[in-house]
Each structure stands twice: as C-alpha cells, then as structure tokens.
Design a protein around this ligand. Structure first.
Ligand code: FES
Ligand code: CO
Length: 325
C-alpha cells in the first residue's frame, strides 16, 4: 500500500502527452491509484479504473458514444462516471443508483493531460503562466523510471553530476568545480542564481563555452532549467514534470523550449534527451535509500548542493510523504 500524501493528492499530475490520448482507454497510475483516461467530445475524462460490477479495469474496455464500455459485461459509464446502460438488465428494471465509478478532475494544458486525485489546490496545473509561447516546444515522455519521484527531480536539479554522468555531452570532469550560488524565493518558487558550467569543446570547433544554468522549483514534482551560453542569444528551457506512481516508481515528462535551430527536426532533440535520461536512470535507479531523506543530517551536502537542500527543505515544510523519508 502507498501512504496517503496530503500534499500531492491535491496537486495536478501529468499523466500523458495530450496528443497521445485518444478514445482508446489507457490506464495510468497516480499516487498508487489506478486511473483510466480516455478522450470524449467533451474533453479527456479520468475515472477510477474499476468497474463496480465485478471489479474489472475499465481500461480493458472501449469507448463508444463518449461512454466507456466495460469489457466483461458491457456496462456503460458516461463521462461523469455514472452507469447509463446495463445490457443484461430487462428494460423494465432501473439501473441501480449506486452504479457509479469515481471520477477525478482532469484537464488538458500546455500539451499534457493532468489529473488530480483530490480537490485541486490550484485551479490550473503548474505550467500555467510559465511557458514562453514564443519559443519552439517539444513534448517528451512518458519515461518510466524505477526510482522515487523526488529522487528523479533532485537529480535534475543536481548541477555537479553533469560533468560525470553526462561527460562530453553537458560537461567535462576536468572542469567540475562549481562556484558558489544562492537559491531565492520568488513568488512561491525557488530559483537559483546563474550557475556556470564550462564545456571545453561542445561542438568540436575547439572553442570552450560557459553554459549558465538557472534552476526553478515550482511544486514538488515540477521544475525547470533555463540554459544560456555566454556570447550567444540562444535560450533553452526544459521543464521536468514527474508523475509519482508508487513510493519508488514514477514516470517523467519533459517540455523543451528553444529559440534557435528551427530547421532541426524534433527527433534530434528527443534522441539527445533520451540519451541523457538513460545515463541518469543508471544512477537514480540504484540510489539508496530509495526514499529521498528529508532529514538534512542524513546525507552529506556541499555548498554546490544548495538547490538540493532547498528542495528537501521545501518538501519537508510542505509535508510531502510519497518517495521521501
Ligand atoms: Fe464490468 Fe461486469 S465487471 S460489466
Ligand atoms: Co542528468
């Protein structure tokens, strides 16, 4: 059993890239709950993935006339979770009022489908107002990871791993020193100063580049990286949003935005991020303890880990339980 999380239960979680959601029902796991999502003319619906007749997942069924039809005995549920047809019932008998499955708040925003298990704390999902529309977007995921959501987020915020885990792609282990930086609170978000990462020869021209990274933490499972290079107008934004499935598993999604190289096919960027993610998975899937320790005495921290420390503090203040210890 998964612990109830008083914080994450009221957050919006990304469950799919919107373009991937059709009228074919799909099961997703949100904080240990099995949820079925499917597209109707009234938008994407999310409900408990369980037929109340004999407990079969509704995701095994199909969608017809915007209703989900159970694969076992054909009960039909409308978008509000009400059973509106029981084929084996003679027409003289009414459908029991209790024939209803639980629905969840579900919305489409910034190219993702979002689900909240409880009462949404915020009206809109966490990307609202944070995506620069002028930039070129690419949606990435789902990426299943066998690690806790907070471990995956913290890895993304970890600047001093770039030169080791992603050596040659994002940094060089000969230039591993991180200058001191601070983390600030701005409108409820945690935002770092610019952190410089030197890359001796990123594109084979024999010229070194100082990359400047800014990390922003919005919610326990939604963070952003802004990357700029010295002497260049290029701007790169990467949102990481993670769906906590169980204490020790999650699914990551990313939204990448850029203002350069419009001619380069999306797949080139997707392949690059896939490579980075595989490199990260090797590490995070083996980290112990699996649950992120929120007691700051539990692991050793350096100044360059300031953003991780701020993240752990934030999780502790909020009272996040899933994936933490
Ligand atoms: Fe779903 Fe019987 S179990 S209709
Ligand atoms: Co990494």
């Amino acid at each position: 059993m998964i612990r109830k999380d008083p914080v994450l239960e009221h957050e919006w979680h990304p469950v799919a890239i919107a373009a991937d959601v059709s009228d074919t029902p799909k099961q997703v796991i949100v904080l240990g709950e099995k949820v079925v999502i499917f597209r109707t003319k009234q938008g994407v619906k999310a409900m408990k993935d369980l037929c109340i007749h004999r407990g079969v997942p509704l995701s095994l069924g199909r969608v017809e006339n915007d209703q989900i039809v159970c694969a076992y005995h054909g009960w039909c549920y409308d978008g509000d979770g009400r059973c509106v047809r029981i084929p084996s019932l003679p027409p003289t008998q009414a459908i029991p009022l209790k024939a209803k499955t639980h629905t969840y708040p579900c919305t489409e925003q910034h190219g993702f489908v979002w689900v909240c298990l409880g009462e949404p704390r915020e009206e809109l999902p966490p990307l609202a107002g944070k995506v620069e529309e002028a930039l070129l977007p690419i949606w990435m995921g789902p990426y299943p990871v066998q690690a806790s959501a907070p471990r995956v987020i913290e890895n993304f915020l970890d600047v001093s791993h770039l030169m080791f885990v992603h050596e040659g792609l994002l940094g060089d282990s000969e230039f591993a020193e991180i200058k001191d930086y601070n983390v600030h609170q701005v409108d409820g978000a945690l935002i770092t100063d610019e952190i410089v990462v030197f890359q001796p020869d990123p594109d084979g021209r024999g010229v070194g580049v100082n990359n400047r990274y800014i990390y922003e933490i919005y919610t326990p499972c939604c963070v952003k990286l802004v990357k700029r290079s010295e002497g260049s107008e290029e701007e790169f934004h990467l949102f990481l949003i993670v769906l906590p499935e169980t204490e020790t598993t999650c699914t990551a999604f990313m939204l990448q935005l850029r203002n350069y190289s419009p001619e380069v096919p999306d797949q080139v960027f997707i392949d690059f991020q896939n490579t980075l993610l595989e490199q990260d998975k090797r590490i995070v899937e083996e980290q112990k303890p699996e649950l992120l320790p929120l007691d700051l005495q539990a692991e050793l921290h350096l100044k360059c880990d300031r953003v991780a420390i701020a993240y752990r503090r934030r999780l502790r203040e909020l009272g996040v339980t899933i994936g933490t210890d």
